[in-house]
Design a protein around this ligand. Structure first.
Ligand code: AMP
Ligand code: FE
Ligand code: FE
Ligand code: ZN
Length: 283
C-alpha cells in the first residue's frame, strides 16, 4: 500500500472550498498517510481537522502558509508544528489578515465601478473569519456570471495588470522564518520555482533564510517549472536543505488533486522531530 504524504492543502478557513473536516474526510478517502492543513495566514482550522481525523489512520500535520513579500514579489512560506498561540505569530498573521481584508474591499470597490459586483457578493463566498483573498472575489465573479471559473478570473479581472489589483501587507521572508522558528515550527519555502530558474530566490537571500533555520524547499509542486525545479535541487544540495512535494489542494477551487505530489516519509519524520511548538495529530 502506498503511504502518500501531502504537506500543503487549503480549507475554507482560507481559499479552499472544503471545510477542514471535509478536507480531512477527502484525505482519508484518498488513502493518504498524512496531510498537512496549511491555510493562508491562519491556524483556525487545526482543531476541526484534528477532531475529524480522530480514530482514522490519517496523520494530520498542523501547518500554515505564511504570506511574505521579498521586494515586490509574493513569497509563500509553509510552516509546520509551531505553537499557534505564539504572540509573534498571532500578531503578524492578524496584521496580514486585516490588510488582506482592506485590500480585498479596495479591489472590489474598483471592480464595482465597471462590473455588477458588490462587497456582499464576496462575503457570500467567504466563510466567517476566513483569510480573504482574490479567490473569494473570483468566486463572487463566477456567481455573478461575469467569468467562467477562478482561473478565468485570475487571468482577467484579478490579474495584477488589470488595473483593479493592489497588494496586501506581508513581512519579509526572513522575518517570517524567524517567527516560525521562534514558535517551535519548521519552515519550508512553498513553490519557490514557479517563475523559472532565473527567478528563484537569490542565493544570498536563501543563505540568510537558511541561517535563520529554513528547513526545506517544496520542489515537487505543479506550479514549479522544470528549470525552476532543477535550480532548486542545486540549491537544496548547496545548503543541505530537505525537499518536499505536495498538491496545494484547494478543493474545487483549483485542479490540484490530493496526493498528486508527495513527500518522502523520512523527510516528514525529520519535520516531526524538529517541530516542537505543537504535535502531529494521529490516532
Ligand atoms: P491572493 O493571496 O489574494 O493574492 O490570491 C492568491 C491565491 O489565489 C493563491 O493562494 C492561489 O491559491 C490562488 N490562485 C492563484 N491563481 C489561481 C488560479 N489561476 N486559479 C485558482 N486559484 C488561483
Ligand atoms: Fe491559495
Ligand atoms: Fe502558495
Ligand atoms: Zn498554497
Amino acid at each position: 500500500m502506498s503511504r502518500v504524504i501531502d504537506l500543503h492543502t487549503h480549507s475554507s478557513v482560507s481559499d479552499g472550498t472544503e471545510t477542514p473536516a471535509r478536507l480531512v474526510a477527502s484525505a482519508i478517502e484518498s488513502g493518504l498517510a498524512a496531510v498537512a492543513l496549511t491555510d493562508h495566514d491562519s491556524t483556525a482550522g487545526w482543531t476541526e481537522a484534528a477532531d475529524a481525523a480522530r480514530g482514522s489512520a490519517l496523520t494530520v500535520i498542523p501547518g500554515m502558509e505564511f504570506s511574505t513579500m521579498f521586494g515586490w514579489k509574493s513569497v509563500h512560506l509553509l510552516a509546520y508544528l509551531f505553537d499557534p498561540s505564539d504572540a509573534g505569530i498571532v500578531a503578524e498573521t492578524a496584521r496580514i489578515r486585516d490588510s488582506r481584508l482592506r485590500r480585498a474591499e479596495n479591489i472590489v470597490s474598483r471592480i464595482s465601478a465597471d462590473y455588477d459586483l458588490s462587497w456582499s457578493d464576496v462575503l457570500e463566498q467567504t466563510s466567517r473569519g476566513a483569510t480573504v483573498g482574490r479567490p473569494h472575489i473570483a468566486d463572487a465573479l463566477v456567481a455573478r456570471g461575469l467569468v467562467a471559473n477562478r482561473s478565468a478570473a485570475f487571468e482577467s479581472i484579478l490579474h495584477p495588470r488589470s488595473g483593479y489589483f493592489e497588494p496586501h501587507y506581508a513581512p519579509d521572508p526572513l522575518t517570517a522564518v524567524k517567527l516560525v522558528v521562534a514558535a517551535g515550527g519548521v519552515p519550508v519555502l512553498a513553490h519557490p520555482g514557479t517563475r523559472g530558474a532565473s527567478e528563484v530566490i537569490p542565493e544570498s537571500k536563501l543563505k540568510a533564510l537558511v541561517g535563520a533555520g529554513l528547513f526545506g524547499l517544496e520542489i515537487e509542486h505543479r506550479d514549479n517549472t522544470a528549470s525552476g525545479k532543477q535550480r532548486l535541487r542545486e540549491l537544496a544540495t548547496t545548503f543541505g536543505l530537505a525537499t518536499t512535494g505536495s498538491s496545494d489542494y484547494h478543493g474545487a477551487g483549483k485542479p490540484n488533486r490530493l496526493g498528486e505530489n508527495h513527500t518522502d516519509p523520512r523527510v516528514l519524520e525529520r519535520i516531526i522531530e524538529r517541530g516542537t511548538g505543537s504535535a502531529p495529530l494521529s490516532a
